[in-house]
Ligand binder design. Structure first.
Ligand SMILES: *Cc1c(COP(=O)(O)O)cnc(C)c1O
Length: 419
């Protein structure tokens, strides 16, 4: 028989979200919902999954994309790195200094630096193949689980303590992001020649890094020979005009950063599946080889590109009208976030996030996250996410997601007074 990939055994027990789903199921089995009593219904503000329908212009793009496949002229097959029109549109809409609805300036990126994918999470998993297991990984603590779990799967997890190196393994360093450092890590802890995963606006803390913080991060990365994998999945939730929406607003980032982004959260494409990765041509390995060329190779080798229907939807979402829809959808979730923050604040629970991101990070000093999770589930019938599931520094926090129908969010906010 064939042995199991030993790295699978190094994954922490159970992925966070299946564990939450299990606890919710157990609770629901023990406390069945009574359709005649709306207050018995379980409301989820847990998983970061979008809930609102795709808006009309974007939907029309998806429909048209499917229709074209049924015609001789409109048919298309494999397109490993994405439709050229979409890559061009992404370069113009997201990376031009003067970009904004209707106005695309000249992009600093050519289309062969923009790679369309089936989502940011999948791309993060594939990006790890570029660097292998001997490259140390650095993550914010708490962090979105795929950075750590993906690194563990390729065998990076020799050591989990800051500064230590594991035998033949790069190791994973956790950089605490806590109330004390305003949820931005101490950059002096970043090891040399490491792969630095950074997410802003952040999942789970909701913190959005300032221009000054990102400038410090880019100079630290260049000084230390690091590459930043910048996860900008929530960039469209930024409302403060002073905050950078991409790492490439920071001078020098082209020499040290790869950015992943996605249509999932701004356009409601979590199930449609569409994202992109920017790999600047300046990026090199220690031996001088082009990282961009290797990424193109991986795209054609173990990935055959995103669905052309999804890409037609993406193009529509980036039309002037589509961008207004994105704005409207993000505003809706941000209004949910404001309701949750205000409900927490009335209860004297301190929280951050929710103003430039759809997540609220609430603090329960001295308490265990899973215990607070259980209390909120039992007393309010509201599912949240225990902060400790995102890393040790998430202990005593609860993440509230603003993805939900308005009536559910309002009802959840009302019930929060039961805790
Ligand atoms: C939801 C999310 C993504 C998006 O992943 P997709 O695969 O594009 O759906 C990426 N990064 C973070 C931090 C997320 O929360």
């Amino acid at each position: 028989m064939i042995p199991r990939n030993p790295h699978l055994a190094a994954l922490k027990a159970g992925y966070l979200f299946p564990e939450i789903a299990r606890r919710k199921r157990e609770f629901a089995a023990a406390h069945p919902e009574d359709p005649s009593k709306p207050e018995t219904r379980i409301i989820s503000l847990g998983v970061g999954n979008t809930t609102e329908p795709v808006l009309p212009r974007t939907t029309a793009g998806l429909v048209e994309g499917a229709r074209k496949l049924g015609t001789v002229e409109g048919y298309s097959g494999y397109q490993d790195e994405g439709l050229p029109e979409l890559r061009k549109k992404i370069a113009g809409v997201f990376y031009s200094r003067s970009a904004g609805p209707g106005g695309e300036g000249t992009s600093p990126f050519s289309i062969d630096e923009i790679f369309v994918s089936d989502g940011a999470k999948c791309d993060i998993g594939r990006l790890q193949l570029l660097f292998g297991s001997e490259t140390p990984a650095v993550v914010q603590d708490p962090s979105y689980p795929v950075y750590v779990d993906g690194s563990v799967l390729i065998g990076s997890a020799g050591s989990r303590e800051a500064g230590e190196a594991g035998g033949g393994y790069g190791g994973i360093t956790y950089l605490p992001c806590t109330a004390e450092n305003q949820y931005f890590p101490d950059l002096s802890l970043v090891p040399e020649n490491s792969l630095f995963y950074f997410c802003s606006p952040n999942n789970p803390t909701g913190a959005a890094a300032t221009r000054e913080q990102l400038t410090g991060m880019v100079s630290a990365a260049r000084r230390q020979g690091c590459i930043i994998i910048f996860d900008a999945a929530y960039s469209e939730y930024i409302r403060d005009p002073a905050l950078p929406k991409t790492i490439f607003e920071i001078p020098g980032a082209r020499e040290c950063a790869i950015e992943v982004n996605s249509f999932s959260k701004p356009a409601g494409f979590t199930g449609v599946r569409l994202g992109w990765t920017v790999v600047p041509k300046e990026l090199r390995y220690a031996g001088g080889e082009s990282i961009n060329a290797d990424w193109a190779r991986i795209a054609g080798t173990i990935f055959n590109g995103a669905s052309n229907i999804a890409q037609a939807g993406g193009l529509a979402a980036l039309s002037d009208e589509g961008q207004k829809e994105i704005r409207r959808l993000c505003d809706f979730y941000l209004e949910n976030a404001a309701l949750i923050r205000s409900a927490l604040s009335k209860l004297g629970i301190s929280s951050v996030g929710g103003d430039n991101s759809p997540y609220i990070w609430a603090r329960f000093p001295g308490r265990d996250s899973w215990e607070v999770f259980a209390e909120i589930l039992e007393k309010c019938r509201v599912v949240t996410t225990p902060g400790s599931g995102f890393g040790p520094s998430g202990q005593s926090f609860i993440r509230f997601s603003a993805f939900g129908h308005r009536a559910d969010v309002e009802e959840a906010c009302r019930r929060l007074s039961f805790i």
